[in-house]
Design a protein around this ligand. Structure first.
Ligand SMILES: Cc1cc2nc3c(=O)[nH]c(=O)nc-3n(C[C@H](O)[C@H](O)[C@H](O)COP(=O)(O)OP(=O)(O)OC[C@H]3O[C@@H](n4cnc5c(N)ncnc54)[C@H](O)[C@@H]3O)c2cc1C
Length: 329
């Protein structure tokens, strides 16, 4: 469970996660946590045939399917060991006045600070309170259901993240630690509404039309109703106080197709911390504009790659979902 008591979506991370975790000094702790190793991504995209993209061509050839709650708990514990004070508190409001932040956490207290890192994920709460608004580039949502994992290990895609496109969007599934399997139907919010993708019966009817995703589920039963998650590409735009840095999804959100969300969150936090340290320790504020430039160019390059990827699927020219992706091209 996350801080809000919600299940977190199952996440696959590519091999490139390793140097980030090593840099943070948490690689051994990560290995001890028993996440599932992954050696490929398998997809039916642009054609009904499954194609395997092997990680052995990558410098760090193991990807991972995470237990996300365990992963987050490990990072918190490691931060605590290095002297960070962890508060189990919810930020209600934050304001910046006369060079100081005032953070109101309700019953957990009111705190003052010289600077704030907004890592509140898709709510981007502190940035919004400071008047900076995220801009959405599409309307993608995920409707996810967990299953007990009964996949035959010899079936192609059983041990990997498996992706398959369909007329109204695409599907994603991955087995996660604890013998569970997450299955996500990805489409635009209005299409999800039309498909009634928030209701299990209709969701299962859509699933029944798939080939590879259905096969890997091997008649296992859903463990609960669908949960909807916003998944649009999004970027903060506008300028707030210099002493506010947004990182992770609070700054930019990537389409889950990229499998880059967690790596991007770690990378932005590392670079954001350099900018803050320069400013706090040496009164050098030039790191803030370097950070902004890096984040903007990272987002532009991601959008470019994403456009090219969606252009590889041309089988449904009459579908609104695919027309929108191709118009953006
Ligand atoms: C369906 C789906 C599938 C995905 N699959 C992948 C994948 O396979 N691989 C991948 O890398 N990424 C994936 N992502 C993206 C990934 O989940 C995010 O990019 C990543 O979680 C961002 O991390 P974060 O720390 O920035 O935000 P979050 O993980 O959202 O964390 C934000 C934290 O802030 C806390 N918070 C929020 N508001 C407050 C408040 N007011 N006070 C105090 N705390 C607060 C929350 O409780 C939470 O703990 C997927 C996303 C979706 C929607």
């Amino acid at each position: 469970m996350g801080r809000d008591g919600l299940f977190r979506v199952g996440e696959s991370v590519p091999p490139l996660i390793k140097p980030f975790l090593e840099h943070l000094g948490v690689w051994q702790a990560f290995l001890r946590d028993g996440h599932c190793q992954s050696f490929r991504t398998v997809s039916a995209w642009g054609s009904p045939e499954l194609i395997s993209n092997e990680f052995f061509l990558s410098a760090h050839n193991t990807g991972w399917r995470l237990d996300r709650n365990r992963f987050d708990a490990m990072l918190l514990e490691e931060a605590k060991q290095k002297g960070t004070t962890i508060l189990n508190a919810k930020i209600n409001s934050a304001c910046h006045d006369s060079g100081q932040w005032r953070i109101d956490c309700g019953e957990s207290g009111v705190y003052t600070a010289r600077c704030v890192v907004d890592a509140t994920g898709h709510s981007a709460l502190v940035s919004r309170l400071a008047g900076i608004k995220p801009v959405n580039y599409d309307r993608l949502v995920a409707s996810t259901v967990y299953f007990e994992d009964k996949a035959n290990p010899n079936l192609t895609g059983a041990d990997a993240a498996l992706i398959g496109s369909f007329q109204q969007g695409w599907w994603y599934t991955a087995a996660t630690p604890g013998n569970r399997r997450v299955v996500a139907l990805m489409t635009d919010a209005d299409v999800a509404h039309r498909l009634r993708a928030n209701r299990l019966e209709e969701w299962m009817a859509c699933l029944a039309e798939t080939t590879h995703i259905k096969a890997v589920l091997h008649n296992s039963q859903p463990l609960g109703p669908p949960q909807l998650w916003p998944a649009s590409s999004r970027l903060l735009q506008g300028k707030g106080p210099q002493s506010l840095i947004a990182v992770g999804d609070a700054y930019s959100r990537f389409d889950p197709l990229s499998s880059q969300g967690i790596i991007k969150a770690l990378r932005s936090a590392i670079f954001g911390s350099y900018a803050l340290a320069d400013w706090m320790l040496r009164s050098d504020s030039s790191g803030f504009s370097r950070y902004e430039a890096l984040m903007q160019s990272e987002f532009a390059s991601y959008r470019n790659t994403l456009r090219n990827f969606y252009r590889e699927e041309m089988r449904w020219p009459d579908s609104l979902f695919w027309q929108r992706r191709h118009e953006q091209s």
